[in-house]
Design a protein around this ligand. Structure first.
Ligand code: EPU
Length: 417
C-alpha cells in the first residue's frame, strides 16, 4: 500500500487550483440514470470515489467513459438494478443510485451500507422518503429492495437534515407524478447544485439550498452538459495548510460564499483571508489563536473540516474546544495526532485541545478520509519525518495531494507500496 512521506517545516507559498467537488460530483453522476441520452460532466475530480461511482453505473448498465470529462449514458430499459455490497462497502455514497433507479426503472436493489469508520450512518430517511412516494421497501439478505411502477408526489419532513438523503429523494421526486414537498432538507451547496443539474435536464425544482424544496414531477428528463463546482473541503484543507505553515497561498477557483463558516473560524484564529480574483488568498504569520467549533449542517461549520481544524487548534496559543455534532465517531485522528505530540482530550463528542509548541514527525495512519488529511497537515509542520500510511483513504477524496502541495514548497512524496 502506498504511503506519503513528509519532511515538516517549509512555509507554503504560491497558488493551487481547487478541483471539482467530490460530494457534488457523486450524486450528479448518479443523476444521469434519470436522463435519456448521454450526459457530459466536466471538471470531475480524478478520485477513487469517482471511479467507484463509474464502476457502479456500469454495473447498472450505463456506458461510462472519460476521466475529468465524464460521459454517462443510462440504458433505455434498465434490467440491472443492483448496487452490490462490494462497491457500497467501499463507498457509502453509492446509495444515491437508489432514488434514480426506482424513479426511472421502477426497481432498485442496493446493499445496505452498514456502519462505517465515522459512525453508524443509517439511511432510514432515504427509505422514508421513497415509501412516502409509494415505493414498497423491504430489507433482505443485507439489501434494500424498493419497487414502484410510478412514484407519486408527497409531503416529506425529514427527521434530520441529511445531504445524500435529500439528494436521493429529490432525484426520485423529479420523475414522480405530481408535486413533492420536502421539509427540513439539507441546505448544502452540493444539494443546490444537484437541483440545478436536474432542472437543466428538464426537472421543475425550486427551493434547493433552503430547508424546503418543491418538486413538480415530469415524465422524462433529457441529457445535459454540466461543469462540477469547486470542492469547498479541498479548499478548506489547503487553507489550513497555508495557515499552520505561516504561509501565503492563493486558492484558485473557489466559491468564497461556500466557505463562510470556515473563513470565519480561520479569521478567529488570526489567519488573514482575502478575496482575490476567482480565489481566496490565505496567509499567516505569528501565533495562532485558539478557536471553539461545533460542527453543524450547512451553513454551519462542516464536519468534513473538523479534523483539519484540530491540527490548527493543536498549534494555537491556548485552549480550544471542538464539538462534533454530526457523526458520533469522528475523532479517530486524535490518537494519531497525540502520537505526534498534540495534547487533546476527548470526552464523548467534545475534544479539548491545548496548543503545544510543536509537533514531531511519526508514522501514522487513519481510517477515514478527512482524518487522513489532518495527518498530512500535521506532517507539514511537524519536526522531522512523518509517514502517513493507508493512503487509499486520502485518494478517495483528494486528487494526488502530494502533487498539489509540492509546488507550494512542501517536502512530500508518495512511496508506492
Ligand atoms: N442520518 C440518519 N438517517 C439517514 C441519513 C442520515 O440518521 O437516513 C444521520 C447521519 O448518521 C448523520 C447525519 O444524519 O448523523 C447527517 O448525515 P448525512 O446523511 O447528511 O451524511 P451523508 O449524506 O451520508 C454527506 C457527505 C459526507 C459529509 C456529510 C455531512 C456525500 C457523498 N457525503 O454524507 O462527506 O460528512 O454529508 O456533511 O455527500 C466526506 O466527504 O469525507 C464525507 C464523509
Amino acid at each position: 500500500m502506498d504511503k506519503i512521506a513528509i519532511e515538516g517545516g517549509p512555509r507554503l507559498s504560491g497558488s493551487v487550483r481547487i478541483s471539482g467537488a467530490k460530494n457534488a460530483a457523486l450524486p450528479i453522476l448518479a443523476s444521469a440514470l434519470l436522463a435519456e441520452g448521454t450526459c457530459t460532466f466536466k471538471n470531475v475530480p480524478a478520485l477513487q470515489d469517482i471511479r467507484t461511482m463509474g464502476r457502479l453505473l456500469e454495473r447498472l448498465g450505463c456506458e461510462v467513459s472519460g476521466d475529468r470529462t465524464v460521459r454517462v449514458a443510462a440504458p433505455t430499459g434498465g434490467d440491472r438494478f443492483e448496487a452490490p455490497y462490494e462497491l457500497v462497502k467501499t463507498m457509502r455514497a453509492s446509495v444515491v443510485v437508489l432514488g434514480p433507479l426506482v424513479a426511472r426503472y421502477g426497481r432498485a436493489r442496493v446493499s445496505l451500507p452498514g456502519g462505517c469508520a465515522i459512525g453508524a450512518r443509517p439511511i432510514d430517511q432515504h427509505l422514508k422518503g421513497l415509501e412516502a412516494m409509494g415505493a414498497t421497501v423491504s430489507l433482505s439478505h443485507g439489501y434494500v429492495e424498493a419497487e414502484c411502477e410510478r412514484l407519486r408526489g408527497a409531503r416529506i419532513v425529514f427527521d434530520i437534515p441529511t445531504v445524500t438523503g435529500t439528494e436521493n429523494v429529490m432525484m426520485a421526486a423529479a420523475l414522480a407524478e405530481g408535486r413533492t414537498v420536502l421539509e427540513n432538507c439539507a441546505r448544502e451547496p452540493e444539494v443546490e447544485e444537484l437541483a440545478q443539474v436536474l432542472n437543466k435536464m428538464g426537472a421543475r425544482i425550486t427551493g434547493a439550498g433552503t430547508a424546503e424544496i418543491h418538486i413538480d414531477g415530469v415524465d422524462t428528463l433529457h441529457a445535459i452538459e454540466h461543469a462540477i463546482m469547486p470542492d469547498r473541503i479541498e479548499a478548506g484543507t489547503f487553507a489550513i495548510a497555508a495557515a499552520i505553515t505561516r504561509g501565503d497561498v492563493l486558492l484558485e477557483g473557489v466559491r468564497p460564499e461556500h466557505l463562510d463558516a470556515v473563513v470565519a473560524k480561520l479569521r478567529r484564529a488570526g489567519v488573514t483571508v482575502a478575496a482575490e480574483g476567482d480565489g481566496l488568498r490565505v496567509s499567516h504569520s505569528g501565533d495562532l489563536q485558539p478557536i471553539d467549533i461545533t460542527t453543524q449542517p450547512y451553513p454551519g461549520f462542516p464536519t468534513d473540516m473538523q479534523a483539519q481544524f484540530m491540527v490548527l487548534a493543536s498549534l494555537a496559543r491556548g485552549q480550544s474546544v471542538i464539538k462534533e455534532a454530526i457523526f458520533e465517531n469522528r475523532f479517530m485522528h486524535v490518537p494519531e495526532l497525540g502520537r505526534m505530540g498534540a495534547d487533546i482530550h476527548v470526552d464523548g463528542r467534545v475534544a479539548v485541545i491545548r496548543g503545544v509548541k510543536g509537533l514531531s514527525g511519526a508514522q501514522v495512519m487513519a481510517t477515514d478520509l478527512r482524518a487522513s488529511a489532518s495527518l498530512v497537515l500535521a506532517g507539514l509542520v511537524a519536526e522531522g519525518r512523518t509517514e502517513v500510511l493507508r493512503v487509499y483513504h486520502l485518494d478517495r477524496g483528494y486528487e494526488r495531494i502530494e502533487d498539489k502541495l509540492r509546488p507550494l514548497g512542501a517536502t512530500i512524496e508518495r512511496h508506492p507500496g
